[in-house]
Design a protein around this ligand. Sequence first.
Ligand code: ADP
Ligand code: MG
Length: 323
Amino acid sequence: EVTANQIAAGEVVERPVNVVKELVENSVDAGAHEVEIEIADGGMTYIRVTDNGSGMTAEDAKMSIIRHATSKISNVDNIYHIASLGFRGEALPSIMSVSRSSITTRRPEDVEGTVIDIKGGVVEDVHAAGTPAGTTVEVRELFYNVPARKKFLKSERTESARINTMVGKLALANPDVAFRLINNGRVVIETPGNGRLLDVVSALYGVKTAGEMLEVKEEGENIFLNGLISKPSLLKSSRQFQTLIINRRVIESSVISKAVDNAYHSLLPKNGYPLLVLSFDVPPESIDVNVHPQKREIKFSDEQMAFRTVYHAVLRTLTSQSD
Ligand code: ADP
Ligand code: MG
């Protein structure tokens, strides 16, 4: 079982940023309004995610580290009707199998919480403890027992830059959740959690940037799109500042990126990428999130329709609102 988890870990967890994303998505799934992430050494030696979500009973906490023990899916049919972000029941067991970790958790309605210490996927200790409501997952020494995987990690700077970018995207995907990212003891991201996307943009990229954003809105058949795109005066040199969100999940979609590019560049010279946050609400069955184990690249069941919707929305935004 530990071996199976380590193999799964190879797919789910490639580097520290994947751990951060999975843990934060679990916090969001648990209904948290506040999520604090702390990392050290680019997440390679230390990752902590603390939330004020629903917490777990001792039993649930013990179950959570068993593979495919997701509480979010009750039968196979359900896999096409996924409302919550996680559904594989694979992330926690995978992460725990390649690190020294602990889960500290308490439901608001319980008097006592639970602490589970895990080493390389093996439970070392379970005890009751007084702890704030919500859940903290700590992950130490990622890949300590998988040297081959560890070798693929880049410098601390690269790994922490990836985490920075991802936490920013997760904050953009969840404007109603207050995020804080602490990197080597320094607060590097702090968002208000007031539900306003523009306030997240300004927390991440500065008020001046927020003033350069245009609102994108489009309602199609079975697709609702809203977000922000920067005016032509504010272009970035990379796509890193483009965040795509579907049903609150940070995703990648080459079709959507292409639609944005085509629309933007049909009007403007090709000398950069707009800063962009596009959030889609679609019926869960109209997307396939199973394409990638890390749930990054997604496919629309009707990719043409998705392309057209985005293309027209961006075009309309640029022609009607910019000066
Ligand atoms: P999945 O998210 O796909 O269900 P995970 O391995 O990520 O699988 O998590 C396993 C289970 O552990 C979840 O289904 C959930 O019940 C529980 N869990 C994980 N993280 C949290 C959290 N932060 N708060 C409450 N429950 C959690
Ligand atoms: Mg999960």
